[in-house]
Design a protein around this ligand. Structure first.
Ligand SMILES: Nc1ncnc2c1ncn2[C@@H]1O[C@H](COP(=O)(O)OP(=O)(O)OP(=O)(O)O)[C@@H](O)[C@H]1O
Ligand SMILES: [Mg+2]
Length: 429
């Protein structure tokens, strides 16, 4: 516990992308491409694809999966242009179509699609299509009456998706994670709440016990995001923690759906220095003694007891966004920690609302931000659109309200990585 943890991951290079009016309408495709490539793919709409496929970065793609339905038929000229551009870059094209009329389908296939799969995707159909194009068994080859493959096809060896690695060290079987926002509203509470929920539900048979502690005493919103009431007993517990016992701590907890225990913020706005390192230490002792995993949501201000939580955490997540406000605050946060000689190696920076896979301009800005701060930004969470705020307002974790939301999926992956690290540490000790 609190031995420090280094989460390292290399964002996978993008080797494929889906092209669709709205890829969320083809959720089976998202599942299948994720199963094949993990993170190594992006998604574009038709206009974005047209712009991207003329850039040199497009040469890195192995294939594009173009998904169309009857609503796209009026835009067939644009679709044909996208296929042409992909072919000109020697990028393979898998056409996925639902309810498209035979004449349109005929035109799209003749424009050079390498393979065709109907939607909804039959079981393993996408996998088999990928095998066919990788083996060079393309429609174009068939059209050429099984003649020799074009030199271009021979030049494109199958690329295995780069694995995403997370390395962890020094985790016991009881762990504490904390989350602090580098600038208000960068998603700390959303991450803390959903990470706690994903961890609490990660294993149906043997889930870890998880306690989410809201220490944002003034504007803590965990109770809002999980639709729990704020209890007066919390105030007593906070101000007198060192004189309380574990039963009093348990009584101050509330349960979300019987699976996640929550220590909410108090009902009234309290000064952040109402509590000090002693009270916070005592509170964390109770939580750590009762639960396998403790997740602490911190205020965005640095307080006297930030050090207490940092020292007791295995990973201290710092959320930021791609803007000057986050950059400047993060720099000041780093300097403050350095000045006090605090364990900066426990801080794991999380870029929220990060640019998507093929947004090269955005990616360059991320690189510049990380370089200028001297940090790595290995965990990048996507914009989950209005669905995220709706789930927060509704008082439910994303997994309950919007299971397929991209932000939910990435937080679930982070939870899985952390859970595996905990199990591996436990097995090694
Ligand atoms: N990746 C995302 N995609 C879409 N909406 C998001 C995302 N992350 C956070 N939000 C929304 O942004 C708002 C602020 O998020 P949140 O409360 O988690 O931030 P915070 O850093 O804890 O803020 P505060 O500093 O007020 O504690 C919420 O409405 C939340 O639903
Ligand atoms: Mg918050």
């Amino acid at each position: 516990m609190s031995g420090g943890l280094a989460l390292k991951s290399t964002p996978a290079p993008i080797v494929a992308c889906t092209i669709a009016r709205d890829v969320q309408t083809f959720d089976l495709l998202i599942d299948d491409i994720e199963a094949e490539l993990g993170e190594a793919w992006g998604d574009l709409n038709f206009l974005e694809a047209q712009a991207f496929l003329v850039q040199p970065e497009a040469d890195d793609l192995e294939f594009v999966a173009i998904a169309v339905d009857d609503e796209d038929e009026p835009d067939v000229e644009l679709l044909l242009r996208v296929i042409e551009l992909a072919k000109a870059r020697n990028v393979k094209v898998i056409l996925i179509a639902e309810d498209v009329s035979p004449p349109t389908l005929h035109r799209l296939l003749n424009a050079g699609a390498d393979d065709f799969v109907p939607y909804p995707l039959p079981e393993r159909a996408f996998h088999q299509s990928l095998e066919r194009i990788r083996a060079g068994h393309t429609l174009a080859a068939q059209r050429a009456d099984a003649g020799p493959e074009s030199p271009n096809q021979q030049d494109a060896p199958p690329q295995a998706p780069a694995p995403i690695r997370h390395a962890t060290t020094n985790m016991g079987d009881r762990v504490t994670f904390a989350v602090q926002s580098m600038a208000g509203g960068t998603g700390a509470t959303t991450l803390a709440t959903n990470l706690a929920w994903e961890l609490a539900t990660i294993d149906k048979k043997d889930p870890p016990t998880v306690c989410l502690v809201d220490l944002d005493l003034q504007f803590g919103s965990v109770s809002t995001y999980l639709d729990l009431t704020r209890r007066d007993v919390v105030f007593e517990m906070l101000s007198e923690a060192q004189n309380m016992d574990v039963d009093a701590f348990k009584q101050a907890l509330q349960s979300y759906d019987g699976k996640l225990s929550v220590f909410t913020a108090p009902s009234d706005i309290l000064p952040l220095d109402l509590i000090g390192p002693v009270e916070v230490g005592a509170l964390l002792d109770f939580a750590q003694s009762c639960f396998d995993i403790v997740v602490v949501d911190m205020p965005s201000a640095i307080v006297q007891w930030t050090e207490t939580v940092l020292n007791r955490s295995d990973v201290y997540f710092a959320t930021l966004e791609l803007d000057m406000r986050s950059a400047q605050n993060t720099l000041r946060f780093i300097k403050a920690l350095q000045a006090e000689d605090l364990p900066l190696d426990k801080v794991h920076y999380v870029l929220n609302r990060a640019p998507r896979g093929l947004d090269m301009n955005g990616k360059a800005r991320v690189k510049r931000l990380a370089e200028s701060l001297g940090i790595t930004l290995n965990t990048q969470l996507p914009d989950g659109t209005k669905q995220v705020t709706q789930a927060c307002d509704h008082g439910a974790p994303l997994a309950e309200m919007a299971k397929k939301n991209p932000l939910r999926k990435d937080i679930a992956k982070l939870a899985k990585t952390l859970h595996e690290a905990i199990k591996a540490e436990a097995a090694a000790s």
